[in-house]
Design a protein around this ligand. Structure first.
Ligand code: CP3
Length: 352
């Protein structure tokens, strides 16, 4: 039933607690919920700002980045804010020029060892000082925890070498074969900068961090073990003082390796139900995993699919999220319906 737990404290736990409790594996009064890409193109108020400001301008102006971060929180009772920015944000400080069209595109993709060796190693404070400023502004505006994030070295290197998003990342995967030492040099440089970048975010006040390894699922387990895992580990180990979330998409063949990462939470996509992910990721709290396409259907469908994810979580510590980002065509009212459904849910059976 949905009756409130009579053993709950008389003073309601502030909403700010549920996300951090769940990521630490503790029981919560409700299942915390936030959504990847909760700020952005499906919100009219974001599109409105976008008409007047370029994407980089929005990322690099702390007032705008803070405003966009807060937009979904004004609409929905979300349990966490994720700072508005992008995974390619640290690249310009390393000497890589990026434009948004609307996806990130590099003016000069890295194709040679010389280009990799010519990359800059910025000081921690120069990587993205505007992100730290936006974090401070968001922190002072909301009581819910603020999540910082970065791209994982593998996914960032895939963009850097390919130059843009790709179906097969042929240039990058060719480099892994042709010159694995150059690839490792690139991954190592990106890992060092990413570790500094996330530490700056922690210093500015984020309560947790998420590492987006969006394209890791492209690699075989052997390649991921060599080119993904060690560099993701290096970054995650650098921010051991806050809870960490690791996301890979289309990567269930990598879960036994991902299970060895120093991360409290693994964000899983919709391809496997949570009950099948759990044995592959022992000891990890799961985040996920509603198919973002469920939010394109009518509200009865949204509620039914959300309920199935909650049921699959089985009352164990769980952070409700989508299996990947909110799709741009998502009706905001469906997000409202989803968040209400999750916040109202109480597990029928306590976990055994
Ligand atoms: O609300 C949030 O989740 C925070 C903001 C955020 C953005 N990008 C804003 C953005 C986050 C966490 C990201 C991460 C990101 N960016 C990832 C990892 C997550 C994932 O989806 O796997 C990746 C792969 C990127 C690269 C990227 N940036 C792409 C592919 C695109 C274009 C298409 C798209 O998916 O939106 C961007 C641009 C971008 N980043 C936009 C936003 C709101 C859209 C820009 C616009 O308004 O046109």
């Amino acid at each position: 039933t949905s009756a409130p737990d009579s053993s709950a404290p008389a003073v309601a736990t502030p909403a700010s607690g549920a996300f951090l409790d769940a990521v630490r594996g503790r029981a919560t009064d409700h299942v915390p919920v936030w959504l990847m890409r909760q700020a952005g193109r499906y919100l009219p108020e974001y599109r409105n700002l976008k008409e007047r400001h370029g994407f980089w301008e929005m990322c690099r102006t702390p007032e705008l980045a803070a405003e966009i971060t807060l937009q979904p929180l004004r609409r929905f009772p979300l349990d966490a804010a994720i700072i508005f920015n992008d995974i390619v944000t640290p690249l310009p400080a390393m000497g890589m020029e990026v434009e948004f069209a609307p996806e990130p595109v590099l003016a000069r993709p890295l194709r040679t060892r010389a280009a990799i060796e010519a990359l800059r190693r910025p000081d921690a404070e120069e990587i993205a000082p505007f992100v730290a400023a936006a974090i401070r502004q968001v922190r002072s505006a909301v009581s819910v925890p603020v999540i910082g994030f970065a791209g994982a070295p593998l996914t960032i290197a895939m963009y850097a070498v390919q130059g843009r998003g790709s179906k097969d990342y042929a240039e990058f995967r060719g480099l892994l074969r042709q010159d694995p030492d150059a690839a490792r040099a690139l991954l190592g440089r990106i890992a060092d900068v990413t570790a500094d970048y996330l530490r700056q975010q922690v210093a500015a006040g984020v309560s947790a961090v998420q590492l987006f390894d969006s394209w890791a699922g492209m690699l075989s387990p052997d390649d991921y073990r060599e080119f993904g895992l060690p560099f993701a580990r290096r970054v995650l180990a650098a921010v051991a003082d806050v809870p960490r979330i690791y996301l890979a998409v289309g990567a269930s063949h990598l879960y036994p390796l991902i299970a060895t990462l120093p991360t409290e939470v693994v964000s899983v996509d919709w391809r496997l139900p949570l009950s099948r992910c759990r044995p592959l990721l022992p000891g990890k709290v799961l985040q996920g995993n509603l198919d973002p396409a469920s939010l394109l259907a009518d509200r009865a469908v949204v509620r039914a699919h959300a309920h199935e994810v909650l049921r699959q979580a089985g009352g164990r510590p769980h952070v409700f999220n989508l299996g990947h980002g909110v799709l741009p065509s998502t009706p905001p009212d469906n997000v409202a319906c989803l968040v209400d459904e999750v916040r109202a849910y109480r597990p029928e059976q306590p976990p055994e």
